[in-house]
Design a protein around this ligand. Structure first.
Ligand SMILES: Nc1nc2c(c(=O)[nH]1)N[C@@H](CN(C=O)c1ccc(C(=O)N[C@@H](CCC(=O)O)C(=O)O)cc1)CN2
Length: 287
């Protein structure tokens, strides 16, 4: 029987979108229309679904949408040209390149071309560098959403022992950086595929964030009773979507973010938050 409190990202995202809609209205009153651009390459169904969701969110809160969809045959030059187009478009306040890019496209070369002031994902090297230095920057959406979700549910962060599984560029690695800022001051263990005994680390953790993309990797006996567990990574199978956390973990965890309706909606909510913040900076005479 489940005893865990559910961290509902869907409910939190609905609150965030209501609040953002008011801020967008205030910007529009001043003649500023925030616009989100997306660049999507190829036919990956999950990526198409995520980008579709991002534009639905924009419509809900009054953000304009600029969508560039390129075929799987797009070259590096095609993708880079799309980035330069959005860099130059005054209607675009911020934009993202949906990841992963199909092979053999070079993600790093593409991300480096994004104007750091329009970097709605916080993944430009300049903005990741600012994160390392602890100075203001747009923050990567999933880690920002995770921290927001924890705060909304009063899950202690400062001084807590976190175990993050997965050190990818969109979740694990920036989350580790954010958790160790002075404002969070958590203790973080970052595990990855070469970690010898991941369970030994998760069993010590107050908060476990599973972002490895390995279905049901985290088992109930990996979790300290009462701990907070966030299931972030997703695997799509013929039976449906499986999270990185085994469903039986809900018998041991005190608090649990499920794979669907947990962190995903927060990722989207933080993306439009980054766009509105960029528009507000522009309105204030900044970037
Ligand atoms: N440029 C980026 N690419 C990718 C990012 C990112 O932050 N920036 N993160 C992921 C995918 N992602 C956003 O793009 C994302 C993942 C999941 C969800 C979501 O809402 N999930 C649903 C469940 C899944 C489903 O039904 O399909 C949920 O939790 O309810 C949103 C966004 C990789 N790429």
């Amino acid at each position: 029987m489940s005893t865990a409190t559910v961290l509902s990202g869907s409910a939190a995202a609905a609150d965030i979108k209501r609040e953002l809609a008011g801020r967008v209205l205030a910007l529009r009153d001043r003649g500023i229309v925030p616009g989100l651009g997306t660049i999507l390459v190829g036919d990956d169904p999950a990526s198409h679904s995520y980008v579709g969701g991002k534009h639905r969110d924009c419509a809900e809160v009054g953000i304009a949408s600029l969508r560039i969809d390129l075929p799987a045959s797009a070259t590096q030059a095609d993708v880079e040209a799309a980035v330069l187009r959005l860099n130059a478009d005054p209607a675009c306040t911020g934009f993202i390149v949906q990841l992963p890019l199909p092979a053999p496209l070079d993600m790093h070369a593409v991300l480096e071309l994004v104007d750091p002031d329009k970097d709605a994902d916080g993944l430009h090297p300049t903005n990741l560098g600012r994160l390392v230095l602890g100075v203001p920057a747009p923050l990567p959406c999933t880690p920002r959403g995770i921290l927001d979700l924890l705060r909304r549910h009063q899950v202690p962060i400062t001084g807590a022992q976190f175990c993050v599984i997965g050190c990818g560029v969109t979740v694990g690695r920036p989350l580790g950086l954010m958790l160790t800022r002075r404002t969070e001051h958590a203790t973080v263990t970052l595990c990855h595929e070469a970690t010898r005994d991941i369970a030994a680390h998760t069993r010590e953790a107050d908060v476990v964030v599973a972002a490895a993309g390995v279905a049901h990797l985290v088992r109930p006996d990996w979790i300290k009773p009462g701990a907070t567990v966030l299931s972030v990574g997703l695997t799509r199978t013929v039976e449906g979507i499986l999270g990185d956390v085994h469903p039986d973990v809900d018998r041991v965890a005190g608090t649990l973010a499920p794979p669907v309706g947990g962190v995903g909606p927060m990722t989207r909510a933080m993306l439009i938050t980054n766009v509105v913040e960029a528009a507000e900076r522009r309105a204030a005479g900044g970037a």
